[in-house]
Design a protein around this ligand. Sequence first.
Ligand code: SAM
Length: 218
Amino acid sequence: MAYKFVDNYREKGARKQLVNNLEKRGIADKRVLQAIGKVPRHFFFDETFWNQAYRDIAFPIGDGQTISQPYTVAYQSELLHVSKGDKVLEIGTGSGYQTCILLELGAQVFTIERQESLYQRTIQVLPYMGYQPHFFLGDGSKGIPEHAPYDKIIVTAGAPFVPELMLKQLRYGGLLVIPVGDEKSQKMVTILRVGENDFERIELDTFRFVPLVGDQAW
Ligand code: SAM
């Protein structure tokens, strides 16, 4: 497939402005801001919509799904506290934009998407952009047990509850970031695994994600 990816002054300037706006909204982690400043978000849009790519909004990417709002991506990335070399499971690849941010933060990323068309697109576009996560197609609500344990797990779709199977795939000291609620709104939840059956849960701000659909989900 032939891609036409250019990153001109207009896009670079808009990206810088987006980073400034995210900082003003309270994103403080400089590494996260740098990653947002680096990944060309317009590459995930059809060229017709490049003028929308650096607005702080979610945007349709086909099949009823969205590329997450930059603020949401920054917020979840900040909560994950990614260290270089962390093994991160991402559930809901979507466009792959969040995946690129995690890779820029130095993570080794295992990412799973349930919709084949999105999966097919990301396995071509991300390597073309120079990003190399481990891609999986399937129901991520059960995690990916074959590759567990993970240092971090990030869920980018709204879950009705925290799947037990995901918790079991965290290493001790590992962290899960997951939006939990009903179809209309979810609370961002972080869960730290402190022992075999010991977890510390914190509930944070309200968001609205597309639903996590699967065996351990809607
Ligand atoms: N962070 C992504 C981005 O920036 O493009 C946005 C992800 S989108 C909000 C949520 C994604 O989760 C959708 O692509 C959806 O198909 C996927 N999804 C929903 N349920 C899933 C499941 N059980 N396993 C894997 N992916 C799932």
